[in-house]
Design a protein around this ligand. Structure first.
Ligand SMILES: Nc1ncnc2c1ncn2[C@@H]1O[C@H](COP(=O)(O)OP(=O)(O)OP(=O)(O)O)[C@@H](O)[C@H]1O
Ligand SMILES: [Mg+2]
Length: 235
């Protein structure tokens, strides 16, 4: 049985030009992620991991190359088209949680549902928010504000928000970077169980222990993807 492709990058480059210099952050990266896969991307600081994830997450566009999500070419979209596809297909989890302090846990998670083009009823929103909260074991904290939660709890709420639209792929950038090791381990366990239940994940991490939890481990160095693991498996 052939595996279903969720996202596919072909020959992606990203150049940043500032006054003084040009940085080639990604140099011809190929990456295909399949349904149910758990991919980790590691590499030294500055090698292009976050740049790659923001392109996968449609938060930025590549300088050249092709990006296909679920069979559709999303390489050259307007900002509004990208936002709409991002909301529907991508869940993004940041190192710094990026929750909105003024909103309750419930409203933070409901936010992506309220931005959908196909309007949902309040009871549909409630059902989905509750189901997302249950997945991260945070059903007891709906009315708290983010600053009334621990770091580990905030990251679990950020994961619930990323899951609420049932994205094709969950993109996770250094999810444990702002957590102590105990809470970091708990967040990693949660990601593992989400993947066991079918969520497709692409995670960037510095920590080799966490990278090892993924089924496919990729390495970036100076903007170049090392595909040796893939090639070894193919032989
Ligand atoms: N907006 C930008 N403008 C100019 N250069 C940038 C920009 N964003 C990233 N870069 C450069 O691109 C390269 C890759 O950066 P990136 O943030 O992807 O690294 P990283 O692998 O995520 O590093 P870290 O592990 O420290 O988070 C770096 O040399 C960085 O300085
Ligand atoms: Mg980074």
């Amino acid at each position: 049985m052939s595996r279903k492709s969720k996202v596919k990058l072909t020959n992606i480059t990203k150049k940043f030009v500032t006054n003084e210099m040009e940085t080639r952050a990604l140099q011809g990266v190929n990456l295909e992620i399949f349904d149910g896969e758990y991919v980790s991307i590691s590499g030294p600081s500055g090698c292009g991991k976050s740049t790659l994830l923001t392109i996968l997450g449609l938060l930025d566009t590549p300088t050249s190359g092709e990006y296909i999500i679920g069979g559709h070419d999303v390489s050259n979209l307007t900002v509004n088209q990208r936002a709409s596809i991002r909301n529907k297909h991508i869940g993004f989890v940041f190192q710094s949680f990026n929750l909105i302090d003024e909103l309750s846990v419930y409203d933070n998670i409901a936010l992506p549902l309220r931005y959908r083009q196909d309007a949902l009823t309040n009871s549909e929103i409630e059902e989905r928010v509750k189901s997302s909260l249950a997945k991260v074991d945070m059903s007891h904290r709906t009315q708290h504000k983010p600053n009334q939660l621990s770091g580990g709890q905030q990251q679990r709420i950020a994961i619930a928000r990323a899951l609420v639209n049932s994205p094709d792929v969950l993109l996770v950038d250094e999810p444990t970077g702002n957590l102590d090791s105990k809470n970091g381990d708990l967040v990693m366990k949660l990601l593992q169980s989400l993947n066991d239940n079918g969520t497709t994940i692409c995670m960037v991490t510095h920590d080799p222990r966490y990278a090892d939890m993924a089924s496919t481990q990729l390495h970036l160095l100076d903007g170049v993807m090392n595909e040796s693991l893939h090639m070894e498996l193919a032989v």
